[in-house]
Ligand binder design. Structure first.
Ligand SMILES: [Fe+2]
Ligand SMILES: [Fe+2]
Length: 266
């Protein structure tokens, strides 16, 4: 089995950042021992160097390899320079046990909107022009609207064109963050997987801090949502070869985050 942990939006430096949540996520990740951790951005709150350094101190305690794309908060105050210096390249690709993962920077300095831009489409196609059991694309901004997040805004400006590029390139999963609400959409044969904020109380409605775990076993993919200190639920379960969908959480996702549900409270 290939296990990919997907964390997002830790927001170190925010008054809503909760160190205890991040510490717990680290403990759980180190127990899980995933093949890789993908972090889809908003490591910091304002892109300041000391926020990056504080994030790095947490990140260094995660035993698994970790790959990261920047979020809009990380690009504030020219923070993308600190990202390149302290975190790594803003665009990258890598292989983990037959899984191809490509990450791209969708942030624009001091804007909340997301954009990839047509000048990068050929690079994305090239990165995915390999044989892989599963091709995954990672960006910060949500590629499709996420229910339960209020007014739709700061989606990827070129979402339509990018989706077509990704579908054409054989991508089967997109990992995103930004909205702080976990959700899974299926469009054509792509699963668009949004993660919540793993360690902050920048929450919408009754959603809770959480992160996702993707498991690839043979032909089957399972996407779990995991609550620090709490349980986990299956967001989606499907077959790669036939496209058959065994399970996808819909209304339950909205219902079971209300306070009378038996899910962990802060
Ligand atoms: Fe965020
Ligand atoms: Fe964001």
């Amino acid at each position: 089995m290939v296990t990919i942990a997907h964390i997002s939006d830790p927001h170190v430096g925010s008054p809503y950042f909760v160190p205890n949540l991040m510490n717990r996520v680290i403990v759980e990740l180190n127990q899980l021992e995933p093949d890789i951790v993908v972090c889809t951005g908003d490591l910091t709150n304002e892109g300041y160097r000391n926020e990056y350094k504080n994030w790095v101190a947490y990140r260094e305690r995660i035993a698994a390899p970790i790959v990261t794309v920047p979020g809009n908060h990380d690009a504030r105050n020219v923070g993308y320079l600190h990202f390149e210096d302290l975190i790594g390249p803003r665009h990258w690709s890598m292989d983990v046990r037959g899984v191809r993962i490509v990450g791209a920077d969708s942030s624009e300095p001091d804007l909340n909107d997301g954009q990839i831009g047509r000048e990068r489409y050929d690079w994305i196609r090239e990165q995915f022009a390999v044989d892989a059991e599963l091709k995954i694309f990672a960006i910060h901004h949500h590629l499709l609207p996420v229910p339960g997040t209020g007014r739709e805004r700061s989606i990827v400006n070129d979402a339509g064109d990018l989706l077509e590029v990704l579908i054409d390139a054989g991508v089967r999963m997109v990992l995103t963050g930004h909205k702080h609400v976990p959700y899974v959409w299926r469009l054509e044969n792509i699963y668009i997987v949004n993660a919540g904020t793993c360690s902050s109380l920048r929450l919408r409605g009754y959603t809770k801090p959480c992160y996702n775990i993707v498991e690839l076993e043979g032909d089957e993919v399972k996407i779990h949502r995991k609550f620090p200190f709490g349980g986990q639920t299956v967001l989606a379960h499907f077959s790669l070869s036939s496209g058959e969908q065994y399970h996808r959480e819909l209304e339950a996702l909205m219902r079971d985050v209300r306070p009378n549900a038996s899910l962990p409270q802060e």
